[in-house]
Design a protein around this ligand. Sequence first.
Ligand SMILES: *Cc1c(COP(=O)(O)O)cnc(C)c1O
Length: 376
Amino acid sequence: MSTTRTAPNVPQPRKSVLSIDAYVPGKSKSDKVPTKYKLSSNETPFGPSPNAIEACKKMAANLELYPDGTAIKLREALASKHNISANQIICGAGSDEILSLLAYAYLGEGDEAIYTRHGFLVYPIAIKAAGATPIIAEETDCKANIDTILSCLSERTKMVFLANPNNPTGTYLPISEIRRLHEGLPPHIMLVLDAAYAEYVLKEDYEAGIDLVKSANNVVMTRTFSKVYGLAALRLGWAFAPSPVIDTLNRIRGPFNVNTPSIETGIAALKDEAFIQKAVEHNALWLDKVTKALEEMGLKVTPSVANFVLIHFPENEAYSAQNADAYLLERGFILRRVSNYGFDNALRMTIGTQDANRAVIAHLSAFLGVSEPEVS
Ligand SMILES: *Cc1c(COP(=O)(O)O)cnc(C)c1O
């Protein structure tokens, strides 16, 4: 073989791939003591609906058969629940897969995609994996700022990723602001609205973005079964998008990217509306109680509308987030360090069961040496 270039002696990935910091999931156990409560990944404390568990068990008898690659039964169930067209829905192995597919299909070398300072870390991974350049728009008080996002637009911009509400901050933007963002985008730039926590938001000025997708050619909304539906282990997500986008993603997704247990379990979970309502009500109640109790202890909490809170610790080294994390871990409570999101001195806590929430409050007040707040 004649070649003038010196070939590397091992296979080399694209340069952009090596620039990626791999996603680090929340800790799932303490090294020292048995886990009492895992409050690190925004999983629901209620698990899935019993009907969903039953559906999943049933499917164990048919594992030799390939799934329906179009997931039509699930898409129809989603379509009827949200009053949208099944033809404009795509399902994926978690919404993470769909976010990646969007990046692979629409971004490449030389393109830019915007996300916000404390935005979900899957976005820069997907953007870089596609060879494109992530551009960070600063936030205001841990909240996305539409004007700042718009000021980041360039001739190279192809996509804007926005989690609404955002993880790990828990903040949200009203639909009027999302519409203002959309109006500021040229029609060739795609707006990806990641509504992973939409079910939890009870604010009247909030919408996940369904009507916006219906009326525009460049808006995609992604959703997940991992959070309030309690099916994180199955990996099931979906997107509602304009037909040309669905057609594009269908060309590059794995032909059987969603498995049969996920399809059947997802459908059963969707149908149990009372179960979901209970989880949402519990969350609203405890989000409020936990926030107030933490504030009473002198901690700063970013106002959240999701199923978690971002807790900021005092400057005093003794009471740092790192020390609080270690203190809680020793007692079997796992919260989430968020240094990789740019919050060196904060922890993210998922709203748990009543017992879990009360215990974290008790332990944190002991850690801080303040009196334990009354939680009704
Ligand atoms: C949890 C979460 C998701 C869901 O990811 P899946 O792949 O569907 O489990 C998506 N976006 C954000 C912002 C999240 O926090």
